[in-house]
Design a protein around this ligand. Structure first.
Ligand SMILES: [Zn+2]
Length: 408
């Protein structure tokens, strides 16, 4: 490719992933955002913006569409900047819109060292040697399971749900209760003992797990005033028969409800499952997921057991549902930082660039002013800013909502 990268904003062409849990028909969010008619029966799960080799975004160079992954390799300094080119020479983050009509699998992501080991051992199931810390920002009311409950809450859960406690067995249930006020380290050990036993027994005592699940279903069917977790458990039981470990996991994790603007950061080794709603997601450039439960996809309980960090208690909610002009979502990672701009007609927002950035226009119309002139972008469009562009200004042509992902 002899062409060069100009210091200007580029309109991006992105891939939509049609995973089965995506939203469909009238409720499909992604086609609505893109101004397209949803195809009948097709689930719209994720819109990928970035340079992941599985579905790299494209930009137009001299009238020809080129993948951002190839461009980042060929023109690393112009695309990634000097630091980026020296550090990794691959695009640092993957930016997504995710629209869950049904729950995703219970999962966790490996850290960098674990990812390298997993990829070397099983490249088919772990396609990347990179970690995948991720941030999820709600853009509609959003529910998720995230992180283990505190040991105090787990003790209460075992009292309310004897079906789960009996399957786990007296010893590990008692260990949770006995360690609830002990040191962090002791709490982790008790939690690891409990969850490892759960995953192991789900393999060796499948029939017992199935019976315990069915016993709980039967009891809940006669109960009034079901909790959100109960409702989810019953809904998922209809979909996943047999000894699915995800079903009881619903009761072991924090059930969280987020309002638009609020966010969850998922560090390596934290179990989670996104249940319902639309989010903006940003992660290190990786697709490594270790799954156990609530999925027809490949599950790897042994690896999940090994990579979990066994932290417990509520996961912190970042950001807020206020319409501040600018909100920065700072995650403790070097690959990405996200900002949200609520701009009213005529409002300006300065972007300090000099590093790769992607802006997604969730609502409204904006003009982007930069050294090479200006250009108008509309709702649903995403814009790539190469590192060779040092600054740009977003000018709202009407009330606009913009998310910008870049490198901190
Ligand atoms: Zn995840």
């Amino acid at each position: 490719m002899k062409s060069t990268i100009a210091a200007k904003p580029y309109l991006m062409h992105n891939t939509v992933q049609n995973y089965a849990w995506g939203t469909r028909g009238e409720t499909a969010f992604i086609p609505k955002l893109l101004g397209k008619k949803p195809e009948k029966g097709v689930p719209y799960a994720e819109l990928w913006m970035g340079a992941h080799p599985k579905a790299p975004s494209e930009i137009e160079i001299d009238g020809e569409r080129c993948g951002l992954d190839k461009l980042a390799a060929l023109h690393s300094e112009a695309i990634l900047g000097k630091m980026g080119a020296e550090k990794c020479a691959v695009f640092p983050f993957l930016f997504k819109v995710l629209s869950a009509g049904e729950p995703l699998s219970i999962q966790a992501h490996p850290n960098k060292i674990q990812a390298e080991t997993l990829h070397a051992r099983d490249a088919r199931h772990y396609p990347d040697d990179n970690h995948k810390p991720e941030i999820a920002i709600a853009i509609s009311p959003f529910t998720a399971l995230a992180g283990f409950k505190s040991l105090t809450e787990l003790s209460a859960t075992f009292a309310t749900y004897p079906e789960i406690a009996e399957f786990l067995g007296e010893a590990v249930v008692h260990k949770i209760y006995a360690n609830k006020d002990e040191s962090q380290e002791k709490q982790k050990l008790a939690l690891k003992a409990m969850y490892s036993r759960f995953l192991q027994r789900s393999e060796t005592h499948k029939q017992e797990l199935t019976n315990a699940i069915d016993a709980l279903v039967k009891r809940l069917q006669t109960k009034t005033g079901l909790s959100s977790a109960d409702a989810l458990f019953l809904e998922m039981r209809d979909q996943y028969s047999g000894a699915d470990v995800g079903l009881f996991s619903i009761y072991l994790l924090n059930f969280m409800s987020l309002q638009p603007g609020e966010a969850l950061f998922m560090q390596a080794g934290i179990p989670h499952a996104y249940i319902k709603g639309n989010i903006i997601e940003c992660m290190a450039n990786s697709d490594n997921v270790v799954r156990a439960g609530l999925t027809p996809k490949f599950q790897d309980k042994k690896t999940l057991m090994d990579i979990l960090t066994y932290e417990s208690g509520k996961v912190e909610i970042l950001g807020d549902s206020n319409k501040e002009k600018k909100t920065i979502y700072k995650a403790p990672v070097e690959e990405f930082v996200l900002s949200r701009f609520h701009l009213e007609t005529g409002d300006n927002a300065e972007l300090k660039l000099g590093k790769p950035a992607i802006a997604l226009l969730l609502n409204g119309t904006i003009k982007v002013n930069s050294t090479n002139g200006n250009e108008i972008f509309h709702r649903g469009q995403s814009i790539f800013f190469p590192a060779c562009l040092h600054e740009a200004t977003l000018v709202a042509q009407e009330d606009s909502l913009v998310f910008v992902a870049t490198v901190p």
